[in-house]
Design a protein around this ligand. Sequence first.
Ligand code: GLC
Length: 442
Amino acid sequence: MKTGFLTGICLFMALLQGICQQKIDPDAIRQKMQWFADAKLGIFIHEGIYSVDGIDESWSFHNKKISHADYMKQLKGFTLSKYEPAYWADLIRETGARYAVITTKHHDGVAMYDTEMNELSILKATPARRDMIKPFFEELRKRDIKCGAYFSLIDWTEPDYPGFLKDSAKYKIEDDYDRWNKFRKFFQGQINEISTQFNPDLWWFDGDWEHSAEQWESEKIRQVILAKNPNAIINGRLQGYGDYETPEQNFPVTRPKFNWWELCMTTNDNWGFHHDENWKTPYEVITIFVDVVSNGGNLLLDFGPREDGTIPDEQVTVLKELGRWNKKHGEAIFNTIGGIPQGHFYGPTTLSKDSTNLYLFLHGQVEGTIMVKGLVNKIEEITVLGNGTKLAHKVVGKISWSHVPGLVYIDIPGDVQDKYVTVLKLKLNKPVRLYRGQGGFN
Ligand code: GLC
């Protein structure tokens, strides 16, 4: 009896330890995050009924640009009639991206998959009458691309959500806990469905700002997801229970201090299909991408298909140009680590994982001479990536009695340039070593 009791206690302690370890073991987290850290590029897809009229996804009724009733009329026009998940997956593959994230449900509450939790899905409430997620994940997995599920915690249509249409049916959770619990069962039920039906490699939650971790039950959500798939990665929008940060549209100037981060960005100024012609050019997207990677992050680049599933030409062009550039320069991007600190070279840089190759990115039409400061290493060879040309360099101002390294000057001929960003590979004699002093005798 006593032994049984003790064994019980031991088992309980071991279990507790296991749970705690799962939460804090930095090695396990690093291992889980490795594919994400190596991936550098993900593709975001916002597809929902908002593409019918080409208006702001969910926010249009929240911000009263349109009534909720009129917004919901778009259900009748959502067809996915030309949806070719294999084409989407091919296009994503062509960009070089290693993962994709798609909207399973936006703030408007319309499920893009077969939910049993209510009637508001594209299967039951639109002429599309099909699940958008399952065939897409299948095509991604055939191509070895990781599958991410965007899921909005907020649901501005579900009547038990306290922010329902923002005013009329608004209630305080403290005043009606039963009602809030009803909503919790509902949205957590959907998370369960998505987990069971699709087993995402990555969860991209959104809208956590409307409630606290306790109210959402963030910790429980994390545990439930990890119990089903211990390798699942969770983005940072779960009130403190995610694995990585998600700055949105706003570009860091100094290097973010997070272990893992991902900039999510639109190709024009909208997430979903929109009457918006403010397209970013391939040059802009590529230079932003390079900047993100050199600062140790990933780019999650969005496209928004039309209601029939076709993708605007401008987006296809940007994705293909990015892919063409990646094909030529992938060595300097994928499986690398963030570059050397700013100031050594007036442009972005990355490093191979062993730090013996330093990649320099030259934006635009650079012809003439570039300079690298404070590089202690010897350079064994300089190659123009994707072109093969070897370049010479000159070390200037190295004083024999000083440990301060000289300046490296490299001449860039006009005929080696890439249309967008040229990349130089500097093969170093050893892992990179930098001088960061103030010159003189320091
Ligand atoms: C914001 C918006 C949402 C969009 C998301 C993508 O959180 O609320 O509309 O889907 O960003 O990052």
